[in-house]
Design a protein around this ligand. Structure first.
Ligand code: GLU
Length: 474
């Protein structure tokens, strides 16, 4: 086969939603897998509803997902001359004609067809009249009256549409603007698109589009109509099933790779494998394994996949995302003062302490706040239970032994030894020491493991915080 050329043609009338992102992903993956090209086209002919904001939102979401395009973005509103040229060709070759039937006339034809038990349609009055163009006329395609148009689809198999149900549909409006199906086909032909993967809500347009291909004597592309994404209640996916826009997931702390992994599984499968890295998806994706039944969007599954991807990444990969979420909490990145390895290393250490227990980057950023605060506040219950006179001795000893360590002795092993000394001298078990320490250092009773947390917090801050806790008691 020739080089695969796919496309994603969103209408910019809102944000990039889950279903659209999945369509983009399938087209992108297929192009990347086959060494083909992926084209971005903005279908903005509905000028009343298209906005610059949603164009920008679409770009931003695609970029965030790492779905890059090889050509475009093309804008349909900048291509009216091309559509006109093709419409004129169709008229000149006798495949289309000018029609000046008034809306009232056309309505009457439709009513009549209905009363005869047929689909409401235009009756072809101007078809053989060879009318000359006058302002206000529409252009109609001559559709075959008999036979069937069969859509051959790699996902759905064959679907036959009786031509008797298609009338001579309009390809150019009375104001000279092209109709949707005409513009799509002219774009797909002129852009060399040979593979069209899209939602099966577009299947009804396909027979009309095929007639235009035929009239233009252009080869048909390969069609793959993908079943819709549904909500957990099997209704069409909508706002009430959760956030619909891709950018909301970015804000909620999902990783682009997790999003890709989850989106691709909404309709495509590879055995029962659930977890895929980006490169693996490119390697394994195929049209043959797109399922025939609709898939259901499930937030919990997405979150579980996200947690896996968070664990799968290195802390340095997560660092920029982590920092961006911290910045939203008005935490500019850490000071280097009490940190021996430099800023970056410290942030990475902090991330590593939280990685195994964070399902989203938002959770991670929230759980990290205590590391960066100048001073921490104790949770009331925790302070009552653990930061009291019983704890003074163990806190003092802990502070002393941690402080005594030279910078290059500030290691997990030496911290363990320091705690052993505290245990010996106080006669307390490790648990009895760790909990007050944890509250002293974090303000609460839930935190990463005590040693890794102390290492990430840094020696100076650790000692300061323990001393503050002692002051608090006294
Ligand atoms: N612009 C259409 C949409 O956003 C896509 C058309 C197509 O894929 O052919 O749904």
């Amino acid at each position: 086969m020739d080089t695969v050329v796919t496309r994603f043609p969103p209408s910019p009338t809102g944000y990039l939603h889950i279903g659209g992102a999945r369509t983009a992903l399938f087209n992108w993956l297929y192009a990347r897998k086959t060494g083909g090209r992926f084209i971005l086209r903005i279908e903005d002919t509905d000028e009343a509803r298209s906005t610059k904001e949603s164009v920008d939102a679409i770009f931003k979401s695609l970029e965030w997902l790492g779905i890059d395009w090889d050509e475009g973005p093309f804008f349909q509103t900048q291509r009216y001359d091309i559509y006109k040229e093709y419409i004129n060709k169709l008229v000149a070759s006798g495949h289309a004609y000018y029609c000046d039937c008034s809306p009232e006339e056309v309505n009457a034809m439709r009513e009549k067809a209905k009363s005869l038990g047929k689909k409401p349609m235009y009756n072809g009055k101007c078809r053989e009249l060879n009318k000359e163009w006058k302002p206000g006329m529409v252009v109609r395609l001559k559709a075959p009256a008999m036979g069937t148009t069969v859509v051959e689809d790699v996902v759905k198999g064959n679907t036959a549409f009786p031509n008797s149900e298609l009338d001579d549909f309009i390809i150019q409006r009375s104001d000279g603007s092209p109709m949707y199906n005409l513009a799509v086909v002219v774009d797909d032909i002129t852009m060399g698109i040979n593979t069209i993967i899209r939602g099966d809500d577009h299947l009804v347009n396909t027979p009309k589009q095929m007639l235009i291909y035929k009239a233009l004597e252009a080869p048909l592309p390969l069609f793959a109509h993908v079943p819709m994404v549904l909500g957990s209640d099997k209704a069409r996916l909508s706002k009430r099933h959760g956030a619909m826009s891709v950018s909301e997931y970015m804000d909620m702390g999902y990783l682009p790779d997790a999003m890709l992994n989850y989106l691709v599984r909404l309709g495509w499968s590879f055995g029962d494998q659930e977890f895929f890295r980006r490169e693996e998806l490119i390697e394994k994706f195929s049209l043959e394994h797109i399922g025939r039944s609709p898939s259901m969007f499930d937030m919990d599954k997405l979150t579980a996949i996200n947690a896996k991807h968070i664990q799968d990444k290195s802390s340095s990969e997560l660092a920029p995302i982590f920092s961006a979420h911290l910045a939203k909490r008005e935490i500019a990145l850490p000071d280097t003062q009490d940190n021996h390895d430099g800023d970056t290393k410290r942030v990475e250490k902090i991330i590593e302490t939280l990685q195994p227990r964070s399902k989203t980057m938002v959770e991670m950023a929230d759980a990290a706040i205590f590391y960066f605060r100048e001073s921490i506040e104790f949770e009331e219950k925790a302070a009552k239970k653990f930061i009291n006179s019983d704890a003074v001795e163990l806190l003092k000893l802990s502070a002393r032994y941690i402080k005594e360590l030279k910078p290059d002795e500030f290691t997990e092993k030496n911290l363990e030894d320091a705690m052993k000394k505290v245990m010996e001298e106080t006669g307390l078990k490790f648990g009895k020491i760790a909990q007050p320490l944890r509250v002293a250092l974090t303000g609460g009773t839930v935190s990463p493991g005590i040693f890794e947390m102390i290492l990430a917090l840094g020696q100076k801050k650790t000692v300061e915080r323990i001393q503050k806790a002692i002051e608090h008691i006294q």
